[in-house]
Design a protein around this ligand. Structure first.
Ligand SMILES: Nc1ncnc2c1ncn2[C@@H]1O[C@H](COP(=O)(O)OP(=O)(O)OP(=O)(O)O)[C@@H](O)[C@H]1O
Length: 259
């Protein structure tokens, strides 16, 4: 659990379009890394390369390396489905399986991985995952009801419980609060702070206050110019990025001068 990710010289393409160029960074285990930057600079694209979801887009590919505790995730013998099992993803819009019960939503990943479990063990796993996602108390009396009947914030925590249930090493979150109200947002932020004791967490956010509140490390992505590829400008401790960034573009962005 909680593995380190090392990205080395990563170029990311959609067919012939180079969307992101030359990203190198180390993502620390048991910490929250936030990725910020203006629209279109490639934050989400980059995030999806970390668990090989990028290549689900036809003709999308990468050059360079992504290592998880020294294992090359793009190595010849690596199964992308297994990578996605170890590196979970939570999306902008909560996407529970709408007709499935709350219980089955949490158990879905484990069942998909064709792990046969005794009912009591599965019950235990569902309970632990919902507790870790700070949702158990709110749903324990209606586990058989559809996940779609929960509020947006509860649905997002259900998706986090589903991601946690398969015991990933890393959790990727792509603007996980952008569809949520402030109270649900705070619940997810609190949850991130809890979860980082066990996981490596990478979050894309448009909300700089959120990056400042939840992350230990912040990476600023930018575009040199329209039509040019995006790239990582700098990455440092969040406190440093928000107080004394070393790059002018970072300073302009965090002080609201552009983006
Ligand atoms: N499926 C796709 N096919 C082709 N190009 C894409 C695709 N998805 C994204 N792009 C392009 O890749 C570049 C980076 O987009 P991406 O969505 O990763 O940026 P972002 O920084 O996450 O933006 P935002 O903050 O607006 O979500 C953009 O030029 C975008 O148009």
């Amino acid at each position: 659990m909680a593995k380190r990710i090392e990205v080395k010289g990563l170029d990311i393409y959609y067919d012939k379009f180079l969307a992101v160029q030359g990203v190198s960074m180390t993502i620390r285990p048991k910490a929250v890394t936030a990725l910020i930057g203006p629209s279109g600079c490639g934050k989400s694209t980059f995030l999806r390369t970390l668990n090989r979801m990028h290549e689900l887009v036809p003709k999308a590919r990468v050059e360079g390396k992504v290592l998880m505790d020294d294992q090359d995730l793009y190595g010849a013998n690596v199964d992308p489905v297994s990578v996605r099992r170890h590196i979970g993803m939570v999306f902008q819009r909560p996407n529970p399986f709408p007709t499935m019960s709350i219980y089955d939503n949490v158990a879905a990943g484990v069942k998909l991985n064709s792990k046969r479990m005794k009912r009591a063990d599965l019950d235990d796993l569902v309970e632990r995952s919902l507790k870790s996602a700070n949702l158990w108390e709110e749903v324990k009396d209606r586990l058989g009801k559809p996940g779609s009947g929960l509020s947006g914030g509860q649905q997002q925590r259900l998706c986090i419980a589903r991601a946690i249930a398969v015991q990933p090493d890393v959790l990727l979150m792509d603007e996980p609060c952008s569809a949520l109200d402030p109270i649900s947002t705070q619940a997810i932020e609190d949850l991130m702070l809890d979860l980082k004791s066990q996981y490596t967490i990478v979050i894309v956010t448009h909300n700089m206050q959120q990056a400042a509140r939840v992350s230990d490390v912040t990476g600023f992505f930018n575009l040199k110019a329209v039509g040019e590829p995006g790239g990582l400008v700098e990455i440092d401790d969040t406190e440093t990025i928000f107080s004394t960034p070393s790059n002018r573009a970072t300073e302009d962005y965090i002080s609201g001068r552009f983006g």
